[in-house]
Design a protein around this ligand. Structure first.
Ligand SMILES: Cc1cc2nc3c(=O)[nH]c(=O)nc-3n(C[C@H](O)[C@H](O)[C@H](O)COP(=O)(O)OP(=O)(O)OC[C@H]3O[C@@H](n4cnc5c(N)ncnc54)[C@H](O)[C@@H]3O)c2cc1C
Ligand code: SF4
Length: 459
């Protein structure tokens, strides 16, 4: 800690977003960057706490005080080396992590202005690629082969760690490119897909093999290769890692669900990312908000990504409704520091314009000529349950109709169930935990790689 008083004299400075009227014209990343001097100054705010709660809160155990100190001193390569030890993909988390570390930062508790750990992390990662600190390693092979099913952050993290341990790793991915929800869920305005391509290129050079358009039968653990030969993963590999995420989105079976113009969020988000990658869709297939009033059902982050996407597609208006009450603003006594605060979150997409409503239940979808035109909703309230447990939903006011020609369902994902697998099959990431975060998927991937290694060592 080079400047012990910086936390008193240097205010938190975020790079901020591009101006709204500029950023909604394209799908480029919305977040800007600070210059080198400001970035190092931001790192100087870290107090090198005796008990670094940032480190405690980070699922990867990132050593924020150590790399912040190196960054403050301009030792970018050292900062990257420290960061890389705990986080194999800081260029992803540096962009899209909600930064559990910042909400647990002691400065967040005392001043409300945490160290800008996420942005600092991203700056270190980008400098590392720019200056060539990201080197290609060629691990010595140990003769064992591992198949990883799924190339989301969990699969990539397992593959990466196992590769460094000497395993020969093949990743089977049902999509046409790697990244999972990083590529086909998270919009480009939060994460440019070139960032994923760059990492995959490193991993390929280091020896990880990727097989695309390869949907594995998860019951039989078989897959057709690109010559249409049936490959048995159990016969051809010594261990298998299932990192298939949460493929089933929660649907809303209200009357009228069959109307055209009602889509699961990922039908919009995945298709938009594919369009940006150059894929073409027919007019009938295309899901677009252009010229439409859009209703997003679900108040979470996926819903927020739908809002930003709808704006960029040229929607007329966006409304987001949520069945749960509005979270407290600023502070929630039920989730005290250093826990993650459950408070109102306003994203860059919300800032771009959106009517947000809470305590709204969906009754039915309304339509004309087979196409959705609106949604009948019921304002509600939540009353404490006298028998304890889940609060009781009660009506609060008259039902009303929200006009919408495009309805997007962003209500989360079902936790997947898995067959009973033999002991050389491991499950990781969202496939194991249910829908979560990129940083948790990466952490789970690392742990799974250790479990695979331990399995072979005890044989
Ligand atoms: C719209 C959206 C936005 C999000 N934004 C954020 C965010 O900003 N920050 C954050 O931290 N988290 C975010 N998340 C959550 C985060 O993306 C996930 O927690 C994370 O991607 C989970 O990683 P994973 O590798 O376990 O699964 P996934 O990313 O879902 O990857 C699973 C992979 O397995 C492949 N697969 C599935 N079945 C098979 C099969 N049978 N054969 C072969 N391949 C298969 C899939 O095609 C996919 O590539 C977001 C999620 C969504 C939906
Ligand atoms: S809690 Fe905040 S100030 Fe303390 S070491 Fe971590 S980042 Fe630095």
């Amino acid at each position: 800690m080079g400047n012990p008083k910086a936390f008193l004299t240097v205010p938190r400075k975020e790079a901020g977003y591009r101006p709204i009227n500029d950023r909604i014209q394209d799908f480029g990343e919305v977040e800007q960057t600070l210059n080198t001097k400001d970035r190092q100054e931001q790192a100087s705010r870290c107090m090198d706490c005796g008990v670094p709660f940032c480190h405690w809160a980070c699922p990867l155990g990132n050593k924020d005080p150590e790399w912040n100190d190196a960054l403050y001193h301009g030792e970018w390569e050292t900062a990257y080396k420290i960061l890389k030890k705990s986080n194999p993909f800081p260029e992803f988390t540096g962009r899209i992590c909600p930064a559990l570390c910042e909400k647990a930062c002691v400065l967040y508790l005392t001043t409300g202005d945490a160290v800008t750990n996420r942005e600092n992390e991203c700056a270190i990662a980008e400098r590392a690629f720019l200056e060539g600190y990201v080197t290609i390693e060629h691990p010595e092979r140990n003769g064992k082969k591992v198949a990883v099913i799924g190339s989301g952050p969990a699969g990539l993290s397992t593959a990466n760690a196992l590769n460094y341990m000497g395993y020969e790793v093949t990743v089977f991915e049902k999509n046409e490119a790697a990244g999972g929800l990083l590529r086909y869920g998270i919009p480009n305005f939060k994460l440019n897909k070139k960032i994923i391509d760059r990492r995959i290129h490193v991993m390929e050079q280091e020896g990880v093999k990727f097989v695309y358009d390869a949907a594995v039968n998860l019951e039989k653990l078989e897959v057709l290769d690109n010559l249409e030969h049936l490959v048995s993963l159990e016969k051809d590999f010594d261990a298998i890692v299932v990192a298939t995420g949460t493929p089933t989105a929660r649907d809303l079976k209200a009357p009228g669900r069959e109307l055209k113009g009602i889509h699961l969020a990922l039908e919009l988000l995945g298709q938009q990312n594919r369009v940006l990658a150059g894929k073409e869709f027919s007019k009938e297939e295309r899901v677009t908000a252009k010229g439409k009033n859009v209703l997003v059902i679900g108040g979470g982050d996926t819903g927020s990504d739908c809002i930003g996407t709808a704006h960029r597609q040229g929607c007329k208006s966006v409304t987001q409704i949520e069945i749960m009450p509005k979270p407290p603003v600023g502070h929630n006594p039920n989730t005290p520091w250093p826990n993650w605060p459950v408070i109102l979150k306003t994203t860059s997409s919300h800032e771009e314009g959106c009517t947000r409503r809470w305590n709204i239940n969906t009754l039915e979808f309304l339509g004309e000529d087979g196409h959705v035109t609106g949604v009948r909703v019921q304002p509600i309230d939540w009353k404490p349950n006298p028998e304890g447990g889940r609060p009781i939903m009660v009506e609060a006011g008259e039902p009303e109709v929200i006009q919408a020609e495009l309805v997007l369902l962003a209500m989360g994902f079902l936790k997947p169930e898995h067959p009973e697998y033999p002991e050389n099959v491991f499950i990781c990431g969202d496939a194991a935990s249910g829908a979560s975060l990129v940083v948790r998927a990466i952490a789970s991937g690392k742990k799974t790689a250790e479990a695979v290694d331990a399995y072979f060592k005890k044989m």
